[in-house]
Design a protein around this ligand. Structure first.
Ligand SMILES: [Zn+2]
Length: 287
């Protein structure tokens, strides 16, 4: 059972003593919403949850407003996972096959031989896309490889993602060295975080704020919090966008469907929201 008492939260800030920025979050409710809307289970649910958290890590550590998409694609049973987040943790995610059980020893995460594709948009303009081959059975390692290859920034991250019946626990932290951070500071921070003697799951038992307190103690440094908020499940679909799709079908096709079914129903592939347009609404589109 998800601890529904705990609201999703995130904190973005800096450990000034180490010259590291961080993002720490518990986004269990937001991720569970995506998992439940798509009826995802098993490996599919876990991988989508991690990729949602990963997209938030990438979007949240950048100063400018940005949307990040993480896609995993390959020839395995799951075929494709797509997730999105903006820098305040408005996130969504899906898997092409939502009920895949990858073997424990599966080195491909259920994705098969495949790639990690990361796209960053600032505003409406696509800024940057990068594609790297999946090289580890561990999603976090693939993400760290990407960060190192693309930005040459030292990062440490830890995720606690677990499925429990209808809900998913999803929390984690990413720490990233700011440019020009001295190697000695990086080493010192690494040593301290490795000395934490509890699992990530234990660390996040009381939510993101208490996990942060614990990390402050371990690092012997107070976090300077620059931003805090609540992640949420979010899909940008709307009845207006659905109307645009119907308009672009053309009058003839739209009226054919209307004659056959009495209304036009469309399901958003990202959030499974069903939109129903009645005859009057459809006719209005073609006046
Ligand atoms: Zn939607």
């Amino acid at each position: 059972m998800n601890n529904s008492k705990t609201k999703d939260s995130y904190f973005i800030g800096i450990f000034e003593k180490y010259n590291f920025r961080f993002l720490i979050t518990d986004c269990s409710n937001s991720v569970s919403e995506a998992v439940n809307r798509h009826n995802m289970k098993e490996s599919s649910a876990i991988l989508v949850s991690k990729a949602m958290l990963g997209a938030f890590f990438l979007a949240g550590l950048v100063k400018d407003e940005m949307t990040v998409s993480i896609q995993l694609e390959g020839n395995g049973e799951m075929e494709r996972v797509m997730t999105y987040s903006n820098r305040t943790g408005k996130m969504r995610g899906m898997a092409k096959y939502p009920n895949v059980v990858a073997d424990a020893g599966d080195l491909t995460l259920g994705i098969g031989t495949g790639v990690l594709r990361i796209t960053r948009w600032g505003g409406i303009q696509k800024l940057h896309q990068s594609i790297t081959a999946l090289s580890s059975s561990n999603f976090e390692d693939n993400l760290l490889n990407y960060l190192w290859d693309s930005e040459q920034l030292v990062s440490f991250l830890s995720m606690d993602v677990r499925e429990n019946q209808e809900n998913v626990f999803s929390s984690g932290i990413i720490l990233q060295a700011l440019p020009e951070t001295e190697a000695s500071l990086i080493e010192m921070l690494q040593e301290k975080i490795q000395s934490i003697d509890s699992t990530t799951a234990e660390l996040f038992l009381g939510g993101a704020r208490s996990a942060l307190k614990r990390i402050e103690t371990v690092l012997g440094s107070e976090a300077k919090i620059l931003e805090e908020g609540s992640p949420e499940f979010y899909c940008g679909c709307s009845v207006e966008k659905i109307k645009n799709v119907v308009s672009s079908m053309g009058k003839e096709e739209a009226l054919d469907i209307l004659n056959e079914r009495g209304s036009i129903e469309m399901t958003c592939e990202f959030c499974r929201e069903v939109y129903k347009l009645d005859p009057e609404e459809v006719n209005m589109l073609f006046l």
